[in-house]
Design a protein around this ligand. Structure first.
Ligand code: ADP
Ligand code: MG
Length: 259
């Protein structure tokens, strides 16, 4: 029982370590994200941001520590004092509660926007195709693509494809959305339309972890900003705290390069 009025976190990473071979990539990552919170994760290339996101949905295994989603540990469960990997079906169930949007859109090239969006609900969740199409249409309208339902990815700009990818993730009704540099592969003039969609999503109360170099977005939309360097979270705080008054030299150095 907790007597605190602070909501328990939706995501909690505790002392997460990850190696690729001998390469120690995550060196004890601790981070909490409250329900409805938007956290922007910043940091230099190679600091472990993508690896950490991939550990959250168990696309990567972790070496020690734990990641919680609500009251469940992701990927592993404690057996005595040992972490054992969960059975595949539990991992699949856990993964389904998270949507992920990558730098590259990864749409199915031979399917229309709407077909891309309904694929998961129909194939994975067994939703009937009529209801999936209705929901998919609404989702594509919500990301500003109501007139592109039947367009193929090659007929869409990068920004439009990324918005389809966001609608596709939302179609699975995730509790948590993970964005890994969703605008980094886009031509500069297409970045804004994707950030606008993400900002609208944030306003709906969806919990989001966004790896981005878009400092303006972090400043405007994030509830909290975390700065990662060398496989650790170096500092966290409100956008004003971290972006305008960073405490750590490594944060200062990073910001002076990107601002
Ligand atoms: P970021 O997203 O912050 O740029 P990454 O998480 O992609 O950083 O990478 C962190 C470190 O882990 C880098 O040194 C990278 O080369 C290494 N790394 C990432 N993925 C792999 C992998 N699959 N195998 C081996 N090394 C990897
Ligand atoms: Mg990355």
């Amino acid at each position: 029982m907790t007597t605190s009025t602070t909501p328990s976190p939706l995501v909690r990473a505790e002392a997460v370590h990850k190696y690729f071979g001998d390469h120690h990539v995550l060196k004890g990552v601790d981070l909490d994200i409250a329900p409805g919170e938007v956290l922007c994760l910043l940091g230099p290339s190679g600091s472990g941001k993508s690896t950490f996101l991939r550990c959250i949905n168990h696309l990567e295994t972790i070496h020690s520590g734990q990641i919680w989603l609500g009251d469940e540990t992701i990927g592993y469960r404690l057996q005595g004092t040992r972490l054992v990997e969960r059975p595949e079906r539990e991992i699949i169930r856990q993964r389904r509660s998270m949507g992920m949007v990558f730098q590259r859109f990864n749409l199915f090239p031979h399917r229309t926007a709407l077909e891309n969006v309904i694929e998961g609900p129909v194939q994975v969740k067994g939703e009937n195709s009529r209801s999936a199409k209705e929901r998919g249409t609404l989702l594509l309208e919500r990301v500003g693509l109501g007139d592109k339902l039947h367009a193929y990815p090659r007929q869409l700009s990068g920004g439009q494809q990324q918005r389809v990818a966001i609608a596709r993730a939302l179609a699975m009704e995730p509790e948590l959305m993970l964005f890994d540099e969703p605008t980094s592969a886009l031509d500069p003039e297409l970045v804004g339309e994707v950030l606008t969609v993400m900002k609208d999503l944030a306003a709906t109360g969806l919990t989001m972890i966004v790896v981005t170099h878009e400092i303006g977005f972090a400043r405007e939309v994030a509830d909290r900003v975390a700065f990662m360097d060398g496989g650790r979270i170096v500092e966290t705080g409100t956008p004003a705290e971290v972006l305008d008054a960073p405490r750590h030299d490594r944060t200062k150095a990073f910001l002076s390069r990107v601002l």
